[in-house]
Design a protein around this ligand. Structure first.
Ligand code: SF4
Length: 379
């Protein structure tokens, strides 16, 4: 039996945020969502058949806004996933939720189907910033949802926060951090706002109506967050992720350890048997390929050869603050990090961007701030 992480993509949202370039569609009816779930589960069955037995070491339902689904749709989805993959009872099961789409009934349904980790897309505690981002929820929705989630028994809640928003000051960012930590979520993920092609924000930039955020200022905000969160008991275990001890995200960590995972759904990505793939993003086409043609809905795939796999193990693993485990690298790739990347290690250590212990190679504090440049060196 093959054990991998399982990612399920739910590509529905109530409205599109101004910065969003994720695969998500608005205005879909319940019947259309039902049809999508049918296709998604059929895709799961096909993988189960092709790989002759696959089970999950973690399950992550992301989007989109998975909590656009009804309680009933969650029950259908989860019972089928449990049946199909014989998911062990004790694995981490995360559902991403938008505070504007959750009520007590839905939270209870999530509990009932086995979800034990909630990842809330909070983004900001400022009404003005939420409006600027085009979020559908209010600050009060965040507090209400969080409170209800605790009431129904969620003991592991993560919240997402964004920084580098248009016009945002360091003081305003600090207030967001204060309000977030006052709630004491077990996990906090930070994202710098990126202006992605094709989004309303990108159009404003093109028209000269919106300025890109100053990078030096963004670094100050990031540094502020690292120090502030540490003082509040959150340890930084990944470039953008902070947790109370023992509450690090299991599913996301397998991406950073370059492990295999099955991705199901329109636009989902996966990494199985040395192949990285991305699914068809168009909903109708996705469903047609899966349901009518009885095929896998893979739109793009890349064979990851040994050289690329080694580079990936480095630049994904270096995202973790503990770094890349030397003996695991050797076991997996048959060559040591020191042998394969001798010149790169020497150069980056000399620049003060990498550090080495007998067991790990990791970014230095300086390296964390220029991580993307460090990663390039391994390609
Ligand atoms: S909720 Fe998330 S996926 Fe949906 S539009 Fe906003 S950013 Fe995109």
């Amino acid at each position: 039996m093959k054990t991998v992480g399982i990612y399920v993509h739910i590509p529905f949202c109530l409205a599109k945020c101004h910065y969003c370039d994720f695969v998500s569609y608005t205005g879909k009816s319940e019947a259309e969502k039902d049809a999508y779930l049918t296709a998604l589960l059929k895709e799961g069955e096909t993988y189960q058949r092709l790989l002759a037995g696959i089970t999950g070491k973690s399950l992550y339902i992301g989007g989109g806004t998975p909590t656009c689904l009804t309680g009933g749709q969650f029950v259908t989805l989860f019972s089928a996933l449990h049946n199909l993959f014989k998911l062990p009872r004790d694995i981490e099961i995360t559902v991403e939720g938008n505070p504007g789409t959750l009520n007590k009934e839905k939270l209870l349904s999530l509990q009932k189907v086995g979800c034990n980790r909630l990842s809330l897309g909070v983004q900001s505690f400022s009404p003005h910033e939420l409006q600027l981002l085009g979020r559908i929820h209010s600050v009060q929705d965040v507090y209400n949802t969080y409170e209800l989630a605790r009431q129904v028994g969620f003991k592991n809640i993560s919240i997402d926060l964004m920084y580098g928003l248009p016009g945002q000051t360091i003081k305003e960012w600090r207030v967001n951090l204060e309000k977030a930590t006052a709630m004491k979520p077990e996990h906090i993920s930070l994202y710098q706002l990126n202006i992605e092609k094709g989004t309303p924000y990108a159009m404003l930039v093109e028209k000269g109506l919106l300025e890109r955020f100053d990078q030096d200022e963004a670094f100050i905000m990031y540094n502020e967050a690292i120090n502030y969160l540490a003082a509040k008991g959150y340890h930084q275990y990944e470039i953008s992720n902070f947790a109370f001890p023992g509450k690090e995200a299991v599913h996301n960590s397998l991406y950073w350890r370059n492990e295999e995972y099955l991705g199901l759904g329109a636009g989902a990505c996966g990494y199985l048997q040395g192949v990285r793939y991305t699914n068809e993003t168009n909903l109708e086409l996705y469903q047609k390929i899966v349901l009518t043609q009885d095929q896998l809905p893979v739109a793009e795939k890349e064979l990851i050869d040994q050289e690329l796999a080694m580079a990936e193990s480095m630049f994904l693993g270096l995202r973790l603050l503990q770094g890349v485990n030397k003996s695991e690298f050797l076991k997996r790739h048959g060559v040591s990090i020191e042998n394969r990347f001798a010149d790169v290690l020497k150069k980056l250590k000399k620049q003060g961007l990498l550090q080495e212990t007998p067991t790990f190679v990791a970014l230095t504090k300086k390296g964390i701030f220029v991580a993307n440049n460090v990663f390039q060196e391994f390609l």
